[in-house]
Write a protein that binds this ligand. Structure first.
Ligand SMILES: Nc1ncnc2c1ncn2[C@@H]1O[C@H](COP(=O)(O)O)[C@@H](OP(=O)(O)O)[C@H]1O
Ligand SMILES: [Mg+2]
Length: 359
């Protein structure tokens, strides 16, 4: 007998408890979801506390936030690259040989820049796939928090957030492009790069020059801080090519465009894409086309591909195929990068490398 003469039925008590638990579960899960969406999408740029920018369990990511973190990562990585070079202690090692037999080098600059860049991006966007040139040492983690500030120049150009599903995103990091030239102290060629691909298409690219502290960024259908030059020489172009992984590129370029065209050998895929643009940096040479004929990896080219696409240019294989930035790390078909020109007409001019044996 309960107090005041009320009898409690055991079945009634059980049903009541179950209902209560249900209400509590509903409230609690809603609260957690609200917390995550605040971090990821709805929060005011610049105002939020440090923490992940996207839900750890997937959800959506904002490409404008990814651009802000990508620029920060490229700059922070670049600080490491510069610091190591200025110390003159590079701890140069070989990772093996390229298919053509060149040394594939790695230095402390590559490793330390990679650590900074990878963990900045991974901490801000834990649920996205990140592919990076260098090995990430899980025992040597560094949690670097992004302060959720989006720089003014990005806010000015990209006026609204742009959400995409986290699982559609692949990030490509090159912590030190032109490592060969870095070891030779040819500083102007060196860049750090971040690229974001959505469903394999390059949509956002950052190329940073650590020694002149110049940064170019662009987002497809978003905005950019760099643009194409007003005109390009299509008839007798200046063609920028690799100085350390050249293969038969000079023969291919001269055979296609004639002896009146000029070949500019240069280090770094990032540097070579910047050569096609209107870049204020004094150490930057200018060219009309970028051609590469040997195997190359996606972290070397994705950022440049995204920037060119955002500005109306193109980067394809030499046979004109678009490059997909998912799956395998490398591409076999060489590269042709152009802007302000008829890209498909250029492709038609090039010889078939399989047939001519110029690969
Ligand atoms: N045949 C090849 N095999 C492997 N990597 C290559 C390559 N050709 C170019 N690369 C890489 O692409 C980047 C640009 O090359 P290049 O300066 O010769 O144009 C360099 O990246 P890293 O310096 O990041 O290794 C270089 O190692
Ligand atoms: Mg590289």
């Amino acid at each position: 007998m309960a107090p005041m003469g009320i009898r409690l039925s055991p079945l009634g008590v059980a049903v009541f408890c179950l209902l209560g638990l249900g209400v509590l579960y509903h409230l609690y899960s809603g609260f957690l979801a609200g917390r995550f969406s605040l971090f990821g999408l709805g929060g005011e740029p610049g105002g939020g506390a440090a923490g992940p920018a996207a839900a750890a369990d997937g959800g959506a990511v904002d490409l404008r936030e990814m651009l802000a973190v990508a620029v920060l990562a490229a700059v922070r990585g670049g600080d490491e690259v510069r610091r190591v070079r200025e110390s003159n202690v590079l701890h140069e090692k070989s990772k093996g040989k390229t298919r053509e037999g060149a040394e594939d080098k790695m230095t402390s600059g590559d490793v330390l820049s990679n650590r900074k860049m990878f963990y900045l991006l991974k901490t801000a966007f834990p649920s996205v796939q990140i592919n990076t040139e260098e090995h990430v040492d899980a025992a040597d983690q560094e949690v670097i928090l992004w302060d959720h500030k989006i720089p003014e120049d990005i806010l000015k150009e990209v006026s609204a957030p742009k959400e995409v599903p986290a699982e559609s995103v692949t990030v490509w990091i090159d912590p030190l492009d032109a490592t060969q030239e870095y070891t030779e102290d040819l500083r102007k060629y060196v860049t750090t790069m971040v690229c974001v691909a959505v469903n394999g298409k390059p949509v956002l690219g950052v190329i940073h020059k650590p020694f002149s502290e110049y940064t170019a960024w662009a987002m497809v259908d978003g905005g950019s801080n760099v643009k194409a030059r007003p005109s390009y020489n299509e008839k007798t172009p200046k063609i920028v090519v690799s100085r350390s992984h050249s293969g038969m590129v000079k023969q291919v370029a001269l055979q296609t465009f004639g002896n009146q065209s000029t070949i500019i050998p240069a280090g770094g895929a990032g540097y070579k894409v910047l050569a096609l643009l209107d870049v204020p940096d004094k150490s930057q040479e200018k060219a009309d086309l970028y051609i590469h004929v040997t195997y190359i990896k996606k972290w070397d080219i994705c950022a440049g591909n995204a920037i060119l696409r955002a500005l109306g240019g193109h980067m394809t294989t030499l046979s004109g195929e678009e490059i997909s930035y998912t799956g395998s790390d490398g591409i076999e078909g060489g590269l042709l990068a152009s802007i302000g020109m008829n890209h498909q007409a250029l492709v038609r001019k090039l010889p078939d490398l399989e047939k001519t044996g110029h690969k």
